[in-house]
Design a protein around this ligand. Structure first.
Ligand SMILES: C[S@@+](CC[C@H](N)C(=O)[O-])C[C@H]1O[C@@H](n2cnc3c(N)ncnc32)[C@H](O)[C@@H]1O
Length: 398
């Protein structure tokens, strides 16, 4: 017997079958007609007879509209996520091909967030065939960059303690618009670090698509060519796993690049003590050090301190962070996440001792930023008082 708490097409089986067929027809037509990049959207009305007006609409490049049509690829994508019996959130459903595959796996609830209103009739037609005792699939017409992820209305009983080995029955999934994917992930890492939005409910996993090269950067290990700011940020807060590659030609219209799927599982304990220095500060430290990706990482650290203090402070920061410099492999790509955490902790200690240092931003105009000369006596005193006397900071986590 089917579980009444799961979303399923229960209303009229026959109707649901027809709708599925209509949706498939729509997708096939989409594929055919997209030769001239024109999508013909069929606004399907319910009432058993599936008819609708034809709207001529273009795939919008600015919304990164590249659709997946191949059911085998879609099913593989969706199979990377926990869906059955879970509260699922899908970002950017478009005409709903992933949405359909998600519904087939009977989630407990499904919320989709789509910016382009032209897809709403199709999504509503899918929602119309899906009900459970909690209601229908929920469609949110909004911009995911500004949408309040705290307003998802997921029942509190699915909340799991952050340290619980078991994840809450909630999943975030999305064939993300390439143009905003990196920004979105950084926003969500911030939410993970501060346990906001869906992460108020525990360690909610995500299955997301990116340009393949971005996906490779997210999972890159230290010392590899793809290691980047994104690798450090993502790996500090999540266990990341490369899921699969989707060839560009599998999308309609086909982008110039392939896509990569990454599975993110928030870590019970982040690899950096983020509560010591805060997420935005850690992000800044990582960004400024990677600003000199091809150079010695110490050149990047210089970006975080005024010029006149480089000579005196740089060796002290490196010692406090306990980093042994290997001149053969001294680029930021060789640093571990924990190395970045200890550099951030060391610089934060300096900011606490000499708050004026926190105002320094190497990106601001040379004429407005301090070169640090006036701070030199205080820095010298701080070092004389034995900043490094207790030895380097200990590693925070493995
Ligand atoms: C790459 S398409 C994926 C569509 C569909 N899920 C699929 O796999 O075929 C990205 C989708 O995200 C939507 N989108 C783009 N920017 C968005 C935003 N800021 N907020 C919400 N949806 C957005 C687009 O309209 C489009 O439907």
């Amino acid at each position: 017997m089917s579980d009444p708490t799961r979303l399923q097409a229960v209303d009229v089986e026959r109707d649901s079958a027809k709708l599925t067929q209509t949706h498939l027809d729509f997708m096939r037509r989409l594929e055919k007609e997209n030769v001239n990049r024109v999508l013909k959207l069929r606004a399907i009305r319910r009432k058993n007879i599936l008819t609708g007006a034809l709207l001529g609409v273009r795939a919008q490049k600015k919304l990164s509209q590249n659709f997946l049509l191949d059911p085998a690829i879609i099913n593989r994508f969706v199979s990377k996520a926990r869906v059955a019996g879970c509260h699922v959130v899908e970002v950017g459903p478009g005409p709903g091909s992933l949405t359909r595959a998600i519904l087939q796996l009977q989630p407990r609830s499904l919320t989709v967030i789509e910016k382009d209103e032209r897809f709403l009739p199709l999504l509503e037609s899918l929602a119309d065939t899906c009900v459970n005792e909690d209601g229908r699939m929920r469609i949110v017409h909004d911009d995911i960059l500004t949408f309040d992820m705290g307003s998802l209305g997921i029942p509190t009983e699915v909340r799991r303690d952050w340290n619980n080995r078991e994840l809450p029955d909630i999943s975030l999934i999305g064939n993300l618009p390439f143009s905003i994917a990196t920004r979105l992930v950084i926003n969500w890492l911030f939410d993970i670090a501060t346990r906001r939005g869906p992460w108020e409910y525990g360690r909610v996993p995500m299955v997301l698509s990116f340009q393949e090269e971005v996906a490779q950067r997210i999972v890159a290990e230290p010392g590899t060519e793809n290691r980047s700011r994104l690798s450090v940020m993502c790996q500090a807060f999540c266990d990341v796993r490369y899921g699969m590659t989707i060839r560009g030609g599998s999308f309609v219209p086909a982008p110039d690049v392939d896509a990569g799927i990454v599975v993110f599982t928030p870590r019970a304990t982040p690899l950096v003590p983020v509560e010591e220095f805060g997420f935005p500060f850690f992000e800044r430290v990582v960004r400024d050090i990677f600003n000199c990706k091809k150079k010695d990482f110490r050149k990047g650290v210089k970006n975080l301190i005024p010029e006149k203090l480089h000579e005196i402070l740089l060796p002290e920061i490196v010692a406090r962070a306990g980093i042994e410099v290997d001149l053969e492999c001294s680029g930021p790509i060789y640093l571990t996440v924990s190395d970045f955490g200890r550099i951030a902790s060391a610089i934060k200690e300096l900011h606490v001792a000499i708050p004026e240092l926190a105002k320094y931003d190497f990106r601001s105009a040379r004429t407005t930023r301090t070169n640090g000369e006036e701070l030199l006596p205080r820095v010298e005193r701080f070092l004389r008082d034995g900043w490094n006397a207790g030895g380097p900071l200990s590693a925070f986590a493995v």
